[in-house]
Design a protein around this ligand. Structure first.
Ligand SMILES: *Cc1c(COP(=O)(O)O)cnc(C)c1O
Length: 368
């Protein structure tokens, strides 16, 4: 009977490798772009009072209108544009994909992005039966416009996702290239600005200029990854359609209360983001001074770097393992070839965590 049940699972689903979250118990956790800082104690106590007032017996406000109002101010969404909320921006990617997936027509509907890029675009495309096209980036992780123009022409993508800055490479693409992509696109272009607090450049104000542009943000990398809340902003006619796919109570009451509370005190998160940006520069300087590494520029809260193969050198895998043995968990991109060959990725943490990482890294490099 089990066999019969499993036979119904689509082959594309069976082929997918489940999104792997590494076990970080007992380790300094620098693998997932989390903000190392908590809310200050006085704010935590105030938040507790707010949360104790929650009507847990009632369904939450289905449209979270007060929260959307606050987000619209804090995130400077242009007047006349709409917002739909997701349980993390991952859920928004899923809603967008479901909105364009068409199993009745003859043509394969295509979702486009850039490789290497954020893995969820490709995974979600597979979940809903969309074709995924990843346009390869250049060696320095910039967009290859010639390939991009050709690919848009050939595949006519329903949606193009542009992570700005990109994950895992941490760079922002050229604004001019993105504007050309928005102009050429036959459908929607989603600027995924998950790392906006660290990049500080944005396409939000360009929503007034392009009707096919959507801007996606999340509170995850700002320091509220546990809340699970993202937002998609754009033309009201597009947002209205996406909103139909949203499950009615996707933003739970505790998230709504917590997010509103933190947005009322957003200067705390802004201050934390500034600390992280300063730490990033410090970490960048220290890593760039080490031999045997290629460190890529970052406008996010993480740094991508390559372990260079010198004489008698050990692999990126060995360096990763050694850092882990020293008690620090980072991310191994696990690539033997391609643009991410021998690359590791570290999240910028607190000064103490970063120092622990730098010590672990230099120890790993000296063993080589
Ligand atoms: C982390 C990340 C997200 C996911 O954000 P959630 O809101 O936590 O789901 C989206 N896009 C990119 C590029 C990311 O790196």
């Amino acid at each position: 009977m089990l066999e019969k049940s499993l036979n119904w699972i689509r082959p594309v689903i069976k082929e997918i490798q489940a999104y792997h979250v590494a076990d970080a118990s007992g380790l300094i956790k620098l693998d997932a772009m989390e903000n190392p800082y908590q809310l200050p104690d006085d704010l935590k106590s105030k938040l507790q009072v707010e949360l104790s007032k929650a009507d847990l017996n009632r369904y939450p406000d289905p449209s979270a209108s007060r929260l959307r109002e606050k987000l619209s101010q804090v995130m400077q969404v242009p007047a006349g544009k709409s917002i739909v909320l997701g349980n993390g921006s991952d859920e928004l990617i899923q809603m967008l994909a479901m909105a364009v997936a068409d199993h009745e027509g003859d043509n394969d509907v295509c979702l486009m992005s850039f490789d290497p890029g954020f893995v969820m675009y490709k995974m979600i495309a597979a979940f809903v039966g969309l074709e995924y096209v990843g346009v390869p980036l250049r060696d320095d992780f910039t967009i290859d416009m010639e390939k991009t123009r050709r690919s848009i022409q050939q595949n006519s993508p329903a949606i193009i996702f542009v992570a700005y800055p990109n994950n895992p490479s941490a760079n922002c693409y050229s604004e001019k290239d993105i504007e050309e992509i928005i102009a050429l696109a036959p459908g929607m272009v989603v600027l995924d600005e998950a790392y906006h607090p660290f990049a500080q450049s944005s396409f939000m104000d360009r929503l007034t200029r392009y009707d096919n542009l959507l801007v996606m943000r999340t509170v995850s990398k700002m320091g509220l990854a546990g809340l699970r809340m993202g937002l998609l902003c754009g033309h009201p006619d597009i947002i209205r359609e996406i909103d139909k796919i949203r499950l009615p109570y996707n933003i739970n009451v505790l998230t709504q209360i917590s997010a509103e509370f933190v947005l009322d005190n957003v200067e705390v998160l802004n201050q934390q983001a500034k600390l992280i940006r300063d730490e990033r520069e410090l970490l960048m300087t220290k890593m760039s001074a080490m031999s045997g590494l290629q460190v890529f520029p970052s406008q996010a809260n993480f740094i991508l770097f390559r372990v260079l193969n010198g004489e008698g050198a050990e692999s990126a895998n060995d360096v990763f393992d050694s850092i882990k043995k020293s008690g620090v968990l980072i991310k191994n991109m696990k690539a033997d070839t391609g643009l991410l060959k021998d690359c590791l990725r570290v999240t910028v943490g607190s000064p103490e965590e970063n120092q622990a990482f730098v010590s672990a890294l230099s120890k790993a490099m000296n063993i080589r």
